[in-house]
Design a protein. Structure first.
Length: 116
C-alpha cells in the first residue's frame, strides 16, 4: 500500500509560480512502476485531470495547463512534483496527486489559491 502526502500549496498572485510535491511512502517499488498524475478540484466543480507522467518520464497535460505546468518525478526520493508557472485565478483549486496505473491511490490534497 502507498500513502501520498502533498505539500507546497498556498496563496500566490496571478502570474506567480508554485511547486507542489507529493511524497510517497509505503512501497517504493509501486511508486516507481506507476504512472502518476495530478488532479485538481475547484469550488463547485468536478475534479479534473491536470497531467500525468509514466514510469519512463513521459508526460501529458490538459490543454488548460499545457506550457505553464510541468510534472516531474524523482524515483529515488519516491516524490512527484508539479511546477506551476504563470498561474491564473482559474487555477485556484485543491490539487491532488494520484497513482494511476497499474495501482490506483490518492493523496489528501493541497490548496492552491491564486488571487491578487
Amino acid at each position: 500500500q502507498v500513502q501520498l502526502v502533498e505539500s507546497g500549496g498556498g496563496l500566490v498572485q496571478p502570474g506567480g509560480s508554485l511547486r507542489l510535491s507529493c511524497a510517497a511512502s509505503g512501497s517504493g517499488n509501486i511508486f516507481n512502476i506507476n504512472t502518476m498524475g495530478w488532479y485538481r478540484q475547484a469550488p463547485g466543480k468536478q475534479r479534473e485531470w491536470v497531467g500525468s507522467i509514466d514510469s519512463g518520464g513521459i508526460t501529458n497535460y490538459a490543454d488548460s495547463v499545457k506550457g505553464r505546468f510541468t510534472i516531474s518525478r524523482d524515483n529515488a526520493k519516491t516524490t512527484l512534483y508539479l511546477q506551476m508557472n504563470s498561474l491564473e485565478i482559474g487555477d485556484t483549486a485543491v490539487y491532488y496527486c494520484r497513482g494511476l496505473l497499474p495501482y490506483n491511490f490518492w493523496g489528501q490534497g493541497t490548496q492552491v489559491t491564486v488571487s491578487s
